[in-house]
Design a protein around this ligand. Structure first.
Ligand code: MSP
Length: 510
């Protein structure tokens, strides 16, 4: 029986080091995974690398390297980047691993036996950067219709997957499951694409032309088409057909997070592959937009790469995570700008959040010698208490129902603004002067610190390092759904740390 919350990133091609586009998909998944861990769910967060195909082989050749050496070297960059960006994945799959190849063979044999895979003749065009086949009519000006680069002509015997058998089924499935493809615009795109007849998918390569791939089972003169191999990672990692119990505790995936450029493969090929193999469909396929610079997609071939490790080293991991999550809404493209990142840092992180935490703890030190004032938290009646108590539910709705991390962050910042306003409105410096207001001052101080505790916990999925610092200052170690939803967790009498400002301002030198 399924118990887990299962979320996946696409597996990344190892033809280059990760850039901010890859970092974005991975940070989104990490945030969703952390949030669901916080809710107490058993999370399985999978990422990995896509290591076969012509693109990777060509890169290795151009570097004068053995392809196996090249892929081993490149994987290190991905693992390092995810470590630096504080990505807490549960498994990392490489398509060159034996456990993956084994499941690919199981699936292909099953589909050969059912007749969904057959041998035929292929004649058409291939775009290496996109690893995609195109027919004469699909080409745009004799170029790849997706990336507008040159294509190669191939004519050869190959294996095909009968997409056409399942076209009507897929149309109906998507129509009956409005949340299967998110956002709506992308769902519509897929439905329009499905209006024209689907051509069967060529899923092999003759080995004499391309040797870098998973051998086609029982037909050693062929290797697998990289996309057919790659998509299977989502079931090979949890052990489809091999580790039956683990697999059934994880599958179906809750979310396949992808960029909009790989929607066709995930929303057409993959569901049909699963259907043909008799495997349940994933719950949601979420297609996000691109990060662009001066209107162009950030990518190696366009030469406009921004290194996420540099960004994190310069501005802090959480600043980078914050910028990515706050600035782009899933479904639209985001224009990357370091200047905007600095502006966001100074206004949202340094001014709103950093100042709130620092001034509150300084007041705690000044007014109460750094000790949480004695009060019965349940006697406190104030709208900010309700606001804090509702935050957890708002986050749950934003992340798990609306798939909108930007709205979730917005909800946390609403509480931060409210807390800053609460300080201004309560005027604690006046309460301090009047001994008859001692109780009011205590109540104010406890409320403010307790609200900061809510903020600290709510930030754990988004800005894990900052959240940890805040909770450390409050000497708070309970981080779970109850702590996120319950008022009065902070223990009176406990000694706080004042700490340092969390985000010292950056001078804008741009
Ligand atoms: N290997 C395939 C995926 C196979 S999944 C079974 C692949 N790899 S990729 O490395 O080219 O891209 C991986 C992901 O990074 C895609 O989701 C893609 O959309 C995302 N991004 C690459 N550049 C991007 C931007 N500039 N902006 C946002 N994301 C983009 O495709």
């Amino acid at each position: 029986m399924k118990e887990s919350y299962y979320i996946t990133t696409p597996i990344y091609y190892v033809n280059d080091k990760p850039h901010i586009g890859h970092a974005y998909t991975t940070i989104l998944c990490d945030t969703f995974a952390r949030f669901n861990r916080l809710l107490g769910k058993k999370v399985f967060f999978l990422t990995g690398t896509d290591e076969h195909g012509e693109k990777v082989e060509r890169t290795a050749t151009s570097l004068g390297k053995e392809v196996t050496q090249h892929v081993d070297d490149m994987v290190v960059h991905f693992k390092q980047a995810w470590k630096k960006l504080n990505i807490q994945y549960d498994d990392f799959i490489r398509t060159t691993e034996a456990r993956h190849k084994e499941v690919v063979h199981i699936v292909v044999r099953k589909l050969l036996a059912s007749g969904d895979i057959y041998k035929g003749k292929y004649e058409g065009w291939y775009c290496v950067p996109c690893e995609s086949f195109w027919s004469d009519v699909q080409l745009a000006d004799k170029k790849c219709p997706d990336c507008h680069r040159a294509v190669n002509h191939y004519e050869e015997e190959n294996f095909f997957f009968k997409l056409s058998n399942y076209q009507d089924w897929l149309k109906q499935y998507i129509s009956e499951h409005p949340d299967f493809i998110i956002p709506k615009g992308k769902r519509q795109e897929v439905l329009s694409f499905l209006k024209d007849p689907l051509e069967d998918l060529c899923i092999s390569r003759p080995k004499k032309r391309l040797s870098w791939g998973i051998p086609f089972p029982d037909h050693e003169q062929f290797v697998m088409y990289v996309w057919f191999d790659a998509l299977i990672n989502y079931i090979s990692a949890p052990g489809y057909s091999v580790k039956k119990e683990t697999f059934s505790s994880v599958w179906p995936a809750d979310i396949h997070m992808i960029g909009k450029d790989i929607l066709r493969q995930h929303a057409i090929y993959w569901p049909i592959m699963l259907k043909a193999a008799g495997i349940e469909q994933p719950r949601h396929i979420i297609a996000h937009g691109w990060w662009t610079i001066e209107g162009s997609k950030v990518s190696k071939s366009r030469g406009n790469i921004v290194d996420p490790i540099n960004m994190a080293a310069m501005y802090g991991v959480d600043t980078f995570r914050y910028y990515m999550l706050r600035e782009a809404s899933i479904g639209s493209d985001g224009a990357y700008s370091e200047e905007l990142l600095i502006r966001r840092f100074n206004s949202d992180l340094a001014n709103d959040l950093g100042n709130l935490v620092y001034r509150s703890l300084s007041m705690g030190e000044r007014y109460f010698k750094g000790v949480i004032p004695a009060i019965d938290p349940q006697t406190i009646v104030h709208p900010i208490r309700e606001h804090a108590e509702q935050l957890g539910k708002k986050l749950e709705k934003a992340i798990n129902e609306e798939f909108d991390p930007r709205a979730a962050i917005g909800a946390i910042w609403d509480l931060i603004s409210d807390a800053n306003k609460y300080v201004e409105d309560s005027k604690p410096w006046q309460l301090k002067k009047d001994t008859s207001k001692e109780h009011q001052l205590r109540e104010f101080m406890y409320t403010l610190l307790e609200v900061i505790r809510f903020i600290g916990i709510a930030l754990t999925p988004f800005l894990p390092e900052t959240a940890e610092k805040i909770l450390f200052l409050l000497k708070e170690s309970k981080v779970d759904a109850a702590a996120l939803n319950t008022w009065g967790v902070l223990q009176p009498g406990r000694t706080l740390e004042k700490g340092q400002p969390l985000f010292p301002k950056i001078e804008d030198t741009q």
